[in-house]
Write a protein that binds this ligand. Structure first.
Ligand code: F6P
Length: 553
């Protein structure tokens, strides 16, 4: 069990982590390691690969291919303790309103025991909604849910964006092997009309169910797509079909009703579920319909297992804590600007985009929870692509570029296909890449400059036994809790996203202006671009190629 050290020293730690003595010890230690190579570290300790690994519930984390020593780990653990991470974890799981700017608690996967928020048990309603979701999923999967013309639903279309899209879309892509043979899911997110055209193109309205997923039910992209979808349906099946072909997932019953969806067809979640943390809530409805209620509950169980591990394991063995602290080491002490997520599994192709929102929207902040400058660097640029495709795209930069990028390689031991040759090659590439990044080219003693590999490029390797709803739940919770660790150490509120508001506000006023004839009154660049668009808009219907001229500008 985790040591209670540091407990009770959570939110009262207001200052920047920069003010902690251990922060400076880490900086000094990093300078001392400047000339240490990974090759030397491995030579000095033949057991390093095993020693700097941790495992929980089948998930393996090998973090030995980082330029770190026992002292680095000790100092990082001290940083976690001195920063009150234990108290932070307790505060999150205990329902403290740690999302201070929105005055909200942040609760996680449904526990079996009750959790009181303002004296009210929040677990019971969660299970009630899960029950209603299961009923709908079963009805659709069995063909009992009939559309307006009496036919069964064969396609569910999730309309959402950000956290109301990326989670279900990523998980659906990952878990296709578990999908119902006759029910597919599609996802539309972008306000770009090409996106909804692509989704509606060959759809049969009689066998389609739209799920409008929006925590706030005020997101313009989602509402615009939902209105277009409703028009498309009504044009084909009439007004009365909406009740049988539209359901909603939201926290906002009033707006759902105003949109015209019967509140009986709304699946609720609560403000203590952050948008980018919402896959495990009713936002996962499209996924549940396709993989079935049992599969969905397995995903919840996997996430819950990692949550319990995160809550109770000693920091030294705690996978999310280790991942979070290693990220802090790279970002704050080794100067890494970016972080690459490299799943060696095509089914996890959407994981980098999912983690990009999770990490960058959560921790891309410059002020701390008390409104003061953070004083240290926060979220890195997160990107990635599945291996081996990425190897033929951007790995050149990872190996020989001027900016070292820490990477997480994710491998799955047992594939769902039977092409052993493919899987052996895939995994060989994963292992080869981490080795090449760490040690460079050991077989070529004096390469010409363009063929030399500096090595000492850090990576973690995460291995899952197989890709199932359970292990996907584990993987998601692993990263969610990692992001929490980093946010807590940096002192930021990982659960708000005020940075996206300004763009939304400006888009609203520009949208109004685009449709008027009055001269736009922004800066000269924005004005000129708008006038060019207005001209194109007048010359041809949107969607048709139209000539643009500069005459009006
Ligand atoms: O991009 C901002 C954001 O609020 C995300 O945090 C969220 O996931 C997304 O918009 C969608 O919001 P909603 O579910 O309320 O439509």
């Amino acid at each position: 069990m985790r040591s209670p050290e540091g407990a009770g020293r959570g939110d009262e730690v207001h200052a920047s982590p920069f003010e902690l003595p251990v922060w400076h010890e880490l900086a000094t230690h990093r300078a001392e390691l400047a000339s240490t190579s990974m090759g030397r570290l491995f030579e000095d300790d033949p057991r390093r690969g095993v020693k700097l690994s941790a495992e929980f519930d089948g998930v393996v984390l090998d973090y030995s291919k980082n330029v770190i020593t026992d002292r680095t780990v000790d100092l990082l653990m001290r940083l976690a303790r001195d920063r009150g991470l234990a108290a932070g974890i307790d505060a999150m799981f205990g329902g403290t309103r740690i999302n201070t700017t929105e005055d909200r608690a942040v609760l996680r996967t449904p526990a079996s025991e009750s959790v009181l928020l303002d004296g009210v048990d929040v677990v019971r309603p969660v299970h009630e909604v899960l029950g209603r979701m299961s009923d709908l999923a079963d009805a659709i999967r069995s063909g009992r849910w009939r559309g307006a013309t009496g036919r069964s639903v064969r396609t569910v279309v999730n309309i959402g964006i950000g956290g109301s899209d990326l989670g279900p879309a990523m998980a659906y892509h990952a878990l296709r092997e578990f999908a119902h043979a006759e029910v597919e899911a599609r996802f539309v997110s972008n306000v770009d009309g090409h996106d909804i055209d692509r989704v509606l193109g060959d759809l049969d309205p009689e066998t389609t169910l739209f799920i409008v997923s929006s925590k706030t039910f005020s997101t313009i992209e989602t509402l615009t797509n939902a209105r277009t979808a409703r028009r498309w349906l009504v044009d084909r099946l009439g007004d009365e079909a909406v009740g049988k072909h539209f359901v909603a997932v939201s926290t906002n019953a009033e707006q759902v009703g105003a949109f015209g969806i019967n509140p009986a067809n709304m699946f609720e979640f609560w403000d203590w579920v952050g948008g980018r943390y919402s896959l495990m809530s009713a936002i996962g409805l499209s996924l549940m319909i396709v993989i079935g209620p049992e599969g969905f509950r397995e995903m919840l169980a996997g996430a819950h297992a990692i949550d319990e591990h995160f809550r109770t394991a000693a920091f030294e063995e705690n996978l999310p804590v280790l991942l979070g602290l290693l990220g802090i080491w790279h970002r704050n002490f080794c100067g890494a600007q970016a972080f690459a997520v490299l799943p060696y599994d095509q089914r996890l192709a959407l994981l980098p985009a999912y983690l990009q929102q999770l990490d960058m929207e959560s921790n891309g902040k410059s002020v701390n929870r008390h409104g003061c400058p953070v004083g240290v660097d926060t979220a890195p640029v997160v990107w990635g692509a599945p291996g081996t495709n990425g190897q033929h795209a951007f790995f050149q930069m990872l190996h020989q570029g001027t900016t070292p990028v820490p990477c997480d390689f994710i491998g799955v031991l047992e594939p769902a296909h039977t092409h052993r040759v493919h899987h052996d090659l895939l995994m060989a590439n994963l292992f080869a890449q981490t080795r090449a990044l760490a040690f460079g080219d050991l077989d070529t003693p004096e390469p010409p400059p363009h063929r030399s590999f500096p090595g000492d490029r850090p990576s973690n390797t995460i291995l899952l036994p197989s890709l199932t709803p359970y292990t996907l739940g584990q993987l998601i919770a692993l990263y969610e809790n990692k992001v929490f660790v980093q946010g807590w150490i940096w002192g930021v509120n990982s659960f708000d996203q005020w940075g996206v508001e300004l763009g939304k506000k400006l888009a609203t006023s520009i949208h109004e202006d685009l449709r008027s004839d009055a001269p736009p009154d922004f800066d000269s660049s924005t004005n000129a671009l708008m006038l060019r668009y207005r001209h194109a808009r007048r010359s041809g219907p949107v969607g048709q190629p139209s000539a643009t001229t500069t005459g009006e500008i």
